[in-house]
Ligand binder design. Structure first.
Ligand code: GLN
Length: 268
């Protein structure tokens, strides 16, 4: 009986090893790369039916392929992505996400794969020609020292548009009281159309998509802030950070990433 058990356990161990080897090796069950995004940010991520498409979705797919992993995209609120990556709920956060000092306290960022610009959307017949029109005056160092009365700026909550606009005028913000936060960029744009806010401050590519999709809007010529987009990864996951940076470099050099960006943002 004892001998039988011994043989049985050896057989079991061999069977398990064989399974591990084949499961890991033939690609049937690849390790998952879980990406959190907010799929309301065209052309970086948006929904086509049930599918999440866009620049970030395609770059992530290419990275996963490079790493021999299987990509899973989870759609969540923008403001919960950094915390979810930090806690290990998601492996990466990719959402046209700007590298900021504050976010760097919670997560690491890959090398940047795209540039973003905060743009100002207004109604076509708006009297405003630049965000500088929102300031009443400047101090001796050239920094704004006040904003016009009843200014209402629409932003998507927790984004850099929100963070910068909510800052003090001395730091080129417009003050907390001037900012109205919406869950999505689309909600902020609807508020602009309904006359509830004077402008929307949002990243330039989604801004262009919103202006194209809705009549009677325009983007002001002077953009507000320039920034870098990158992939958020947990601080302790340095191995993944290195792998992703290597994949980004390869996919940039071989033309894959430029090709994906060109597909969604054709150069004029
Ligand atoms: N780039 C902006 C940020 O990082 C907005 C991103 C987004 O709304 N998906 O805050």
């Amino acid at each position: 009986m004892k001998k039988f058990l011994k043989v049985a356990s050896i057989v079991l161990v061999i069977a398990m090893l064989a399974c591990f080897a084949s499961c890991g090796g033939n690609g049937d069950e690849k390790e998952k790369l879980i990406m959190a995004t907010n799929a309301a940010f065209p052309p970086y991520e948006y929904k086509e039916g049930d599918k999440i498409v866009g620049i970030d979705a395609e770059i992530a797919e290419a990275i996963a392929k490079e790493l021999g992993m299987e990509l899973e995209i989870i759609d969540t609120e923008f403001g919960s992505i950094v915390g979810g990556v930090q806690s290990g709920k998601y492996d990466i956060g990719m959402a046209g996400m700007t590298v900021t000092e504050d976010r760097l306290k919670s997560v690491n960022f890959s090398t940047s794969y795209a540039k973003g610009v905060q743009s100002v959307i207004v109604l076509e017949d708006s009297k405003y020609t630049s965000y500088e029109d929102f300031y009443t005056g400047y101090d001796k160092d050239g920094n704004p020292n006040g904003v016009i009365d009843d200014l209402k700026i629409g932003v998507q909550q927790d984004t850099t548009g929100d963070i910068y606009a909510s800052d003090k005028p001395e730091k080129w913000g417009f003050g907390e009281d001037s900012v109205i936060r919406y869950k999505t960029g689309a909600d902020a744009v609807q508020a602009l159309i309904a006359g509830k806010v004077d402008c929307v401050i949002i990243d330039n590519e989604p801004a262009k998509s919103f202006v194209e999709a809705n009549e009677g809007l325009k983007i002001l010529k002077t953009s507000y802030v320039e920034e870098d987009y990158a992939i958020a990864i947990a601080k302790e996951d340095t191995e993944l950070l290195e792998k992703i940076n290597a994949a980004l470099e390869k996919l940039t050099d071989d033309g894959t990433i430029p090709g994906i960006i060109e597909k969604y943002i054709p150069a004029k």
